[in-house]
Design a protein around this ligand. Structure first.
Ligand SMILES: NC(=O)c1ccc[n+]([C@@H]2O[C@H](COP(=O)([O-])OP(=O)(O)OC[C@H]3O[C@@H](n4cnc5c(N)ncnc54)[C@H](O)[C@@H]3O)[C@@H](O)[C@H]2O)c1
Ligand SMILES: [Zn+2]
Length: 243
């Protein structure tokens, strides 16, 4: 198959591109080489075209004969402050809409969309004494003491994490999460309008491990917990399709 991978120079996109190439597919990789992902003077890796997904004509030139688009390009992370909102909207949402329009024009009807568990909010937490609870925000005192687990809103106990089911309600709580949720909505609407198919891939970095790790890094504390990022195909595809 001929597969267009967006964000092909990124952490996940590079691995997806390598795996697809190794599996014998004809892979077209594009990336805009955002400075917040690659630094200011990074050069585009060999074999990848420097194309921004917001650039309709750049995409059109590459979409001819493409069977599937694997859309990994996004501005990721929490951002600095609310001033970053237009960047999330532009790269993640406007970019996705341009990509979907150009796929439509090129007759490509199969999309793999990289989603994130952030669309579900902060995850699922269980108190040993009180069961499922909505955790309190972390306190400064806990963070300074290297305690990164959330606490129970009833009794203050340290909470345990649980896997979040994909039927959980969408509760984006950051600009990034809002932009990832909007990507899903655009992709679903596109699939319904075009008869296309969307396979949504939730990137399952276990949040109760990932978030403490990130906080630990930011606060200069060592965190000895697990460190894995799994990618698993959604068992709730947005629409059934051939991929
Ligand atoms: N890494 C994770 O743990 C994780 C978790 C959840 C979701 N995701 C999702 O997976 C996808 C890939 O994430 P990643 O971790 O590889 O991030 P990354 O920052 O390493 O890669 C993203 C790539 O997209 C490129 N890009 C951004 N905007 C672009 C644009 N407008 N046009 C073309 N290229 C553009 C960047 O230059 C970068 O190379 C993203 O959609 C992200 O939301 C990742
Ligand atoms: Zn409790």
């Amino acid at each position: 198959m001929r597969i267009l991978v967006t964000g092909a120079a990124g952490f996940i996109g590079a691995r997806v591109r390598a795996a697809l190439t190794a599996a014998g597919h004809d892979v077209v990789g594009i990336d805009a080489m955002l400075s917040n992902a690659h630094g200011a003077s990074a050069r585009v890796p060999d074999g990848i075209s420097e194309v921004d997904v917001r650039d309709a004509s750049g995409l059109a030139a590459l979409l001819s004969g493409v069977d599937v688009v694997c859309h990994q390009a996004a501005m990721v992370g929490a951002g600095v402050d609310a001033a970053d909102a237009p960047l999330y909207g532009s790269h993640n949402d406007f970019g996705t809409t341009v990509l979907l329009a150009e796929m439509f024009a090129a007759g490509c009807r199969a999309l793999v969309l990289a989603s994130s568990m952030v669309v579900y909010g902060q995850g699922r937490f269980v108190c040993p004494a009180h069961g499922d609870v909505d955790p309190l925000p972390r306190t400064r005192a806990d963070l300074d003491a290297g305690v990164f687990e959330h606490r129970c809103p009833v009794g203050g106990e340290e909470l345990e994490w649980r896997l979040v089911g994909e039927q959980a309600p969408l509760r984006p709580r950051s600009l990034y999460a809002a932009s990832k949720t909007a990507q899903e909505h655009y992709a679903l609407a596109w699939a319904e309008a075009t008869g296309g198919s969307v396979r949504r891939v939730a990137i399952a970095g276990d949040q109760s491990i990932t978030v403490p790790r990130i906080l630990a890094i930011h606060s200069g504390t060592r965190f000895s917990g697990g460190d894995w990022i799994g990618i698993r195909p959604s068992d709730r595809p947005m629409s059934e399709g051939p991929i």
